[in-house]
Design a protein around this ligand. Structure first.
Ligand SMILES: [Fe+2]
Length: 387
């Protein structure tokens, strides 16, 4: 997605014969493309037919969490209070969603031999705690805490943690449209501009992985909206000898984001990292505060009348909020003003900087909380601005 990348063996000319080592059998070329044939794409070369499926059955992975009469108010909940043991697919708990995205966390306690493919959505996965290796048809990406993965729709993949004894935690945002690098960060040639808060060097791209030329029965869990299917395929899904192109998973660590600061308070667009058609995602990082002699570093009250604002608190002392802690999420619905709680504006005057890490998601459609949000919410939060 960020730039052209090539891994493994590919033929000199595409759509021509490409023989395996035996000199007789062909690799199977697959075009993996977006927007029909008009968006970014990659070409993969498989040992086996990528279309081969032995059987398909629906599976019931996650229980219903609808909260149809959820009130519209300021919401704060503790995601660490809702933990479902399981692998990186089954341990997910959704807290907020609308027709374009869902926001979940996962405390991953088990490894799995199953493979995962989100057929309808592109995923952002933030590794809050834990380290390991991300595996996909495109290769391997070693990961550590702070890495943010962009996984295009339909990439078959796995998160393999180094250990399942400790605290492995993911924050996951599933989008119905692709994750994009904002246009104003890129020049006419697609290269990151000098003023962008990150650049190509910051991306972790797939590394070569020996292709698995292996027959048998392998389980791919396919997600299609809110439905899941188990596909049994007759060969190992990571059978790609090589690929090249622009469409592939990659990672970017939150600590690689270079924050911008101003003489007076700068608004969240300076913290922008990725966008989709229906929402944006920002990183808040440690930074010095505004340097005007009378500056108020805490944000002013604001009504973003057509956005819901979600903040996921990662680390540090968040300067504008009371009561939040690591793993907290706050939701400030569109159509209502929001801002610092009593005392926070005054406390920020004269402060030199912040050590906060947080992730913000601003959606253009209202988000509906689930029963997971209801069951873990701070019941006093909506009244926390009363003086
Ligand atoms: Fe805001």
């Amino acid at each position: 997605m960020p730039f052209y990348h090539k891994v493994g063996d590919i033929p000199r000319v595409k759509h021509t014969t490409f023989y395996k080592k035996d000199g007789k059998s062909l690799y199977r070329e697959e075009l993996f493309s977006s927007k029909g044939f008009s968006g970014i794409y990659s070409n993969k070369y498989h040992h086996h037919l990528p279309t081969a499926v032995k059987s398909v059955r629906p599976v019931d992975l996650h229980k219903k969490v609808d909260w149809p009469d959820a009130p519209v108010l300021y919401l704060h909940f503790y995601t660490d209070q809702k933990q479902t043991p399981g692998d990186f697919i089954r341990s997910r708990n959704v807290f907020l969603r609308n027709q374009h995205c869902s926001i979940a966390t996962a405390h991953v306690t088990e490894d799995t031999d199953e493979f995962y493919r989100n057929a309808y959505g592109a995923e952002y996965v933030f590794v809050h705690h834990g380290s390991g290796t991300f595996l996909s048809e495109f290769g391997r990406i070693p990961f550590e805490a702070g890495d943010q993965f962009i996984i295009p729709r339909a990439v078959t993949h796995q998160f393999k943690f180094d250990s399942y004894d400790g605290d492995n935690k993911l924050f996951v945002v599933d989008s119905s449209t692709a994750w994009e690098i904002p246009n104003h960060y890129r020049n006419d040639y697609g290269q990151m501009e000098e003023h962008a808060p990150y650049c190509e060097r910051d991306f972790k791209t797939p590394e070569y992985m020996e292709p698995h030329d292996e027959k048998g029965e392998f389980t791919v869990i396919l997600k299609a909206g809110n439905r899941y299917f188990e596909h049994i395929v007759p060969h190992h899904p990571y059978d790609v000898a090589g690929w090249d192109g622009f469409l592939y998973p990659f990672a970017f660590n939150i600590k690689s984001f270079h924050p911008k600061v101003g003489r007076i308070h700068l608004p969240p667009p300076v913290h922008l990292v990725f966008k989709t058609q229906h929402f944006i995602l920002c990183n808040f990082n440690p930074r010095p505060f505004d340097w005007h002699e009378d500056a108020i570093p805490a944000p002013y009250f604001h009504s973003n009348i057509d956005s819901d604002e979600v903040l996921y608190y990662v680390e540090g002392d968040f300067m504008s909020r009371k009561g939040v802690k690591e793993g907290s999420i706050t939701l400030h619905p569109g159509g209502m003003p929001h801002g610092p709680q009593p005392g926070k504006t005054e406390a920020s005057i004269g402060a030199k900087g912040t050590d906060e890490y947080a992730i913000m998601v601003d959606t253009y459609q209202p988000l509906i909380p689930t029963t997971n949000a209801r069951d873990t919410m701070d019941k006093e939060y909506a009244r926390s601005w009363l003086e």
